[in-house]
Design a binder for this molecule. Sequence first.
Ligand SMILES: *[C@@H]1O[C@H](CO)[C@@H](O)[C@H](O)[C@H]1NC(C)=O
Ligand SMILES: *[C@@H]1O[C@H](CO)[C@@H](O)[C@H](O)[C@H]1NC(C)=O
Ligand SMILES: *[C@@H]1O[C@H](CO)[C@@H](O)[C@H](O)[C@H]1NC(C)=O
Ligand SMILES: *[C@@H]1O[C@H](CO)[C@@H](O)[C@H](O)[C@H]1NC(C)=O
Ligand SMILES: *[C@@H]1O[C@H](CO)[C@@H](O)[C@H](O)[C@H]1NC(C)=O
Length: 357
Amino acid sequence: MPTSRIYWRLHSLQQHFKSEASLPLNLAMATGSKLFLSLFLQLLSILFLFNPTNAQGLKIGFYEKSCPKVELIVKNVAADTMSKAPSLAGALLRMFFHDCFVRGCDGSILLDSPTNQSEKDAFPNLSLRGYQIIDRAKAEIEKECPGVVSCSDILALIARDIVAARNGPSWEVETGRRDGNVSIITDAFQNLPGPGFNISQLITRFQQKGLSVKDLAVLSAGHTLGVSHCFSFSNRLYNFTGKGINNDADPTLDPNYVAKLKVKCKPADTTTIVEMDPGSFSTFDNDYYKLVTKRRGLFQSDATLLDNAETKAYVELHAIQKESFFQDFGVSMVKMGRIGVLTGIQGEIRKVCSKVN
Ligand SMILES: *[C@@H]1O[C@H](CO)[C@@H](O)[C@H](O)[C@H]1NC(C)=O
Ligand SMILES: *[C@@H]1O[C@H](CO)[C@@H](O)[C@H](O)[C@H]1NC(C)=O
Ligand SMILES: *[C@@H]1O[C@H](CO)[C@@H](O)[C@H](O)[C@H]1NC(C)=O
Ligand SMILES: *[C@@H]1O[C@H](CO)[C@@H](O)[C@H](O)[C@H]1NC(C)=O
Ligand SMILES: *[C@@H]1O[C@H](CO)[C@@H](O)[C@H](O)[C@H]1NC(C)=O
């Protein structure tokens, strides 16, 4: 029997048991459906093994037949990049985040505009770098299986492989995204959370993308990788209340850290960069949470995680506990990778990631 037929059968069985299984557990037991319940749970695990396409039309191993080497190619490009330019780790992780928050994970961050009006033009060079790495992966994949793998999927795969290569967790990446053909600079400003956001603004922005308060706490730790321009946080050092007086630093930032940062970042500095997780900015670990609890998170959007009971509890627990953060990170990345995706016959598979076909 072909797999799809089996899947269909299991699916209809599942439908059959659905009303039963959605009863509260104890009630279902009481009505003598223990057997049905365990049968149902077995069916669920079989369904899981078949790994059907999810609601968004994505699935793990989408290219298993059409381009079986794609994951290996991307993994090798990521490993090679990390051995030569580990400082690109943060930038490449951010690239996927930016892509997903603006018009969905559709590769729109990669598009060039002849008039510099696409998403990528909304940010200074530094926060997003590494476009050449995506181009290189794409070129190698096109040689192997032309016109099959989307640029948006390459972003999703490379984000995972970069994190894993920097001692972080790994996870199964759903693929099957297709590429959009629209990229507008103003969309970036309207959809991305800013470094000055407070907790309610952050929660709202994440919820608009279908992400939870927990996802916010988890994904914020992406700041364990990478660097920032001084100007993204210098108001916290010099002019926090807007009165422009001396000693007008953000009181939620450790004063000793303020003093250190002032040495590196002069007022109105537009070029200097600092590490977001000093000392291990190219290692993926739980140090971010340690920094935030010590009031050394670089941005207001980091510090404000202590202003909400749920995010605060998450931060405090994972400052001392790495394992469950690592697990959560993969789960939240998969969720983020589902935002606004194009699948099936939507969009296109770009030939070159910076241009629509
Ligand atoms: C776009 O930006 C690049 C690099 O900053 C610059 O060389 C080019 O002249 C710009 N093009 C337009 C049309 O503004
Ligand atoms: C981007 O990088 C180029 C070359 O490194 C530099 O000349 C240019 O000023 C940078 N632009 C921004 C906005 O940082
Ligand atoms: C967050 O910022 C917004 C906009 O400035 C403001 O309306 C809101 O009251 C702030 N919320 C908190 C919890 O500070
Ligand atoms: C401090 O911030 C305020 C409000 O943003 C601004 O008007 C003022 O020019 C700033 N002062 C300095 C010295 O940067
Ligand atoms: C963009 O893609 C849509 C289909 O997703 C298509 O209808 C449209 O013509 C495309 N536009 C350009 C400029 O390629």
